[in-house]
Each structure stands twice: as structure tokens, then as C-alpha cells.
Design a protein around this ligand. Structure first.
Ligand SMILES: [Zn+2]
Length: 300
């Protein structure tokens, strides 16, 4: 542990795989680093079972892909400016669980997975690894996925479970005092798709002839939560260059010429677009007309 309480405002993000932080929360990390806040990222697996998009790397074994993505996330941290990044329990402690799809095309848990797959992790054991980080960094705000892992990847769901459990245990004076003094996180936010923006971008993509789901028209209202659930949005605009470079740097996982990533770029470029958050736990934001623009609002 670093004993790293370096700023008044402290943010902790818990993500499942290298690249999730860059596709979902890069503007948020860049914004709070620019504001002088402490930003800590915990990644739970090396993403060994991600789909490899580059033919020259298609022969990688899961272990080789994990090592490759270790390099990619290191570069992404440099691009965004994050200096406090760690893997839950150390790099390789938990293996990517992989993902399959059910007959309705929804993300599902695969029938077979490695013995140390994150999905199989003992919840208390994994949460305790995070309790130690929480008590050391003492964040006021924690960001993780919603209970469905946003779109259902088993590792995203598990990251949510571990983060929520660790939040409760970290605050308990009776739980594992040797892991540090109790710390109560003030607010847990669930990063989510910005449904209103996705709806708008979907129409633009269709107008431009970008076929996201050629045989399967989607209901735009199913892209994410009801917009009334979005309690905070961190604008992408000022950090667009950082967001793009951080994501494009994941060459094994992201091909920006593919329809989905073109769509993603349309979303990011919309006026007022931003990373959306729901309130998972803790102190609500002060009442106002729309989503808050500061994740720490009302906590100081
Ligand atoms: Zn992921």
C-alpha cells in the first residue's frame, strides 16, 4: 500500500478489464486529475479472454493477451495521467471469466472458465483486497458498474458485487481492523450508458448508413437507464482528445473503423455529451434541474 492520501478530493474507480476505464470513464478521470483530485483505478483482471481484433495478434494465448493488455493499460494510464493504478490482489490474481451470449443475444456466463476466473472469486476474499485499498486511499466517491454490469459481462457484474460489498465492509469498525482504519465512502456511483445521447447518436449513425446491428433493429430506449436515473454527467468535450487517444491505444480490443466504435465516436462528439452516472449508494446530490456536473457536489 502506498499510504497515498494526497488530495482533499479522492476518487476510486473499480473496473473489470483493461480498456473499460478508457471506454467508460476517461473524461471523468482526466477531469478530476486536472482539478487536482486523487484518482485511483483498480482493475480486477488482465482481460485475458477479450476478443482480439488485430489479425497479427490472433494467435495470442490468453496469457499472452493478458500481458499485451498490461502494456496497453500502462500506456492508457500515461495518456490519461493516472499514476495510482493497481490490479485487485496484484496483476493476474483474478483471470478474465470470458463471456458468452444466450439465444436472445444477451451476455451470459460461459459454461467453462479458468479456475481463478473472477466470476468464481470468493466474494469476501476479493472484497477484502479492495477494503485494504479503500481504507488506504480513503475516497469520498467510488465509481463502478450497475448490478447488471451495464450490459451483462460476468466480470462487470462481479466487479460491481465486490465494490459494493467492500464499500460496506470498509466502513465497519468490526471488520478486519488490521486492514486499516474504517473508512466510509460518501457516495457510490454506477457508470452507465447515457441513454438520451445514445438515442440521438443511433439516429445519426443510421442517417450516415452505419449499420450497427444490420439484422436486428434496437429499441433506443433499451440502451441504458431511464434518463431520469442519471444523476450526474461529466462532459466529454474538454477531454475528447484524451478519451480518443486512451481508447484507440487499445489496439488489441478497439478497431475505430468498425461500426460500433464509429457510433461511439458520434456519441462522444454530440454537444453536451458526457459520462453518465446513477446513484448507487450514499449521499444524494443537491436538488437541481438536471444532472450534477460534479461528482463531489454536496460532499465538501
Ligand atoms: Zn470489460
Amino acid at each position: 500500500m502506498l499510504g497515498a492520501v494526497t488530495a482533499d478530493r479522492r476518487l476510486l474507480l473499480v473496473h473489470a478489464h483493461p480498456d473499460d476505464e478508457s471506454s467508460q470513464t476517461s473524461a471523468t478521470m482526466a477531469r478530476y486529475l486536472a482539478d487536482g483530485a486523487q484518482v485511483t483505478l483498480v482493475t480486477c483482471t488482465l482481460g485475458e479472454l477479450g476478443e482480439i481484433l488485430v489479425p497479427e495478434w490472433a494467435h495470442y494465448t490468453p496469457t499472452e493477451l493478458g500481458q499485451h493488455r498490461l502494456g496497453e493499460i500502462g500506456d492508457a494510464m500515461n495518456i490519461i495521467g493516472v499514476t495510482d493504478h493497481l490490479f485487485l490482489g496484484g496483476a493476474g490474481r483474478y483471470h478474465d471469466s470470458g463471456m458468452t451470449t444466450d439465444d436472445k443475444g444477451r451476455a451470459a456466463v460461459p459454461a467453462e472458465m479458468p479456475a481463478n476466473a473472477f466470476w468464481n472469486a470468493d466474494l469476501l476474499e476479493a472484497a477484502d483486497l479492495l477494503v485494504e485499498v479503500i481504507r488506504d486511499r480513503r475516497p469520498q466517491v467510488l465509481i463502478t458498474y450497475d448490478p447488471h454490469g451495464n450490459y451483462g459481462h460476468p466480470d462487470h457484474i462481479q466487479a460491481h458485487r465486490v465494490a459494493m460489498y467492500a464499500t460496506v465492509l470498509a466502513a465497519s469498525p468490526s471488520h478486519r481492523p488490521e486492514l486499516g482504519a474504517p473508512w466510509e465512502i460518501s457516495r457510490v456511483l454506477w457508470n452507465s450508458h447515457n441513454t438520451a445521447m445514445w438515442r440521438e447518436a443511433y439516429q445519426i449513425a443510421k442517417d450516415r448508413g452505419i449499420e450497427l446491428w444490420p439484422d436486428n433493429e434496437r429499441d433506443p430506449d433499451s440502451f441504458g437507464p431511464d434518463p431520469s436515473q442519471v444523476v450526474a454527467v461529466i462532459e466529454t468535450g474538454p477531454y475528447l482528445d484524451i478519451c480518443r487517444r486512451a481508447l484507440a491505444n487499445y489496439r488489441s480490443q478497439v478497431d475505430t473503423s468498425q461500426p460500433f466504435w464509429q457510433f461511439f465516436q458520434i456519441v462522444q462528439e454530440l454537444p453536451g455529451a458526457g459520462e453518465a452516472y446513477m446513484l448507487g449508494f450514499g449521499r444524494p446530490f443537491p436538488v437541481s434541474d438536471g444532472p450534477a456536473s460534479d461528482l463531489f457536489e454536496g460532499l465538501d
